[in-house]
Design a protein around this ligand. Structure first.
Ligand code: HEC
Ligand code: HEC
Ligand code: HEC
Ligand code: HEC
Ligand code: HEC
Length: 185
């Protein structure tokens, strides 16, 4: 009799076990994904849109990131660079984020942009050899000119981890590209 009940309940128990495993699996998957593999899109102090500037208005990347081909950092434009152009753009002068821009300018303050792509201090990444070597901005940063907010995309740069650097250096056959001291010194 009790065996009969057990037999009858078997598919239900099996189903329950599968359901519990599925939930645990999804939870672990979600946790791993959340911990290591998430895209990153910080909200900036001013809603600056690359889609409007680099996309629709075709302002070249190096107009604002003028250091990329010349030094280690690509750099972010000064408030003066923004205002220099925006003084002539009366049609958007009253938009809230443009008003904010002029407020920073009048207070003589820099805009505290939040870094999106960042490597630890013990890694020496420099833009110059990459730009000189013909690597496109978009290869590492994605189609920035289509982004209203800059996103660091995990599918493109694996969160800037070491294997990402090494794999490309191997593929491109970069001289000394896998020597520890090329990136750590
Ligand atoms: C009109 C000026 C301007 C132009 C043109 C421009 N940018 Fe930017 N860029 C900025 C500003 C300001 C920031 C900082 C705020 C932000 O992240 O949106 C920024 C941020 C970025 C970042 C993220 C920086 C970080 O912290 O990791 C990347 C990558 C970037 N720009 C790439 C590009 C590329 C590629 C182009 C050309 C397709 C381009 N930008 C054109 C002004 C500009
Ligand atoms: C070389 C010219 C130029 C520079 C430099 C520039 N902008 Fe602009 N910006 C524009 C143009 C063009 C528009 C679009 C105007 C329009 O829609 O009629 C615009 C639009 C905007 C808008 C309104 C976007 C919207 O909602 O339509 C904001 C906010 C803005 N810019 C902020 C900035 C900031 C911050 C900087 C400096 C990091 C900057 N701009 C540098 C040309 C420039
Ligand atoms: C080989 C990959 C690669 C290429 C190509 C590349 N970047 Fe970067 N970029 C990075 C990495 C990695 C960082 C983070 C650097 C750090 O934390 O020191 C970064 C950071 C930035 C930043 C944040 C400020 C800074 O200088 O650290 C901006 C802006 C930027 N890149 C713009 C550009 C632009 C514009 C181009 C094309 C002219 C470009 N990048 C090409 C990998 C790349
Ligand atoms: C998409 C490909 C690609 C990625 C990703 C990449 N690199 Fe490079 N890197 C290159 C190329 C190509 C060169 C060589 C340019 C040349 O021919 O001088 C280079 C050169 C360098 C150099 C200079 C080597 C020398 O001897 O002068 C350093 C340092 C460097 N990369 C660090 C990094 C770091 C750190 C990362 C990851 C955060 C990285 N790279 C990611 C393609 C890449
Ligand atoms: C092309 C650039 C590059 C080369 C070559 C390179 N690394 Fe790295 N390394 C990185 C980057 C970027 C990081 C930071 C991101 C990360 O932790 O993966 C890193 C991180 C590390 C870390 C810290 C790991 C952690 O979890 O915090 C160690 C240790 C390390 N590297 C050792 C080495 C050794 C040993 C070599 C030589 C066999 C080497 N690296 C070669 C780019 C490089």
């Amino acid at each position: 009799m009790s065996i009969g009940v057990f037999e009858a309940a078997r598919p239900v128990i099996k189903g329950l076990i599968i359901a519990v495993l599925a939930i645990i699996g999804a939870y672990i998957g979600h946790w791993v994904h959340g911990a290591t593999l998430n895209d990153y899109t910080p909200v900036q102090p001013i809603e600056f849109s690359h889609e409007v500037h680099a996309g629709e208005n075709e302002i070249p990347c190096e107009y604002c990131h003028s250091w990329a081909g010349r030094s280690a950092t690509a750099g972010v434009p000064s408030v003066e660079t923004c205002v220099g152009c925006h003084k002539g753009l009366t049609e958007v002068r009253d938009k809230p984020d443009v008003v904010k821009l002029f407020d920073y300018w009048e207070r003589g303050e820099g805009i505290p942009w939040v870094k999106v792509h960042d490597t630890p201090d013990f890694v020496h990444f420099r833009h110059k050899p990459h730009i000189r070597g013909g690597v496109e901005c978009q290869t590492c940063h994605g189609p920035v000119e289509e982004m209203a907010r800059v996103t660091r995309r995990v599918d493109l740069n694996e969160n800037l981890r070491m294997p990402w650097c090494i794999d490309c250096h191997t593929e491109e056959d970069v001289a000394n590209g896998r020597d520890c001291l090329t990136c750590h010194y």
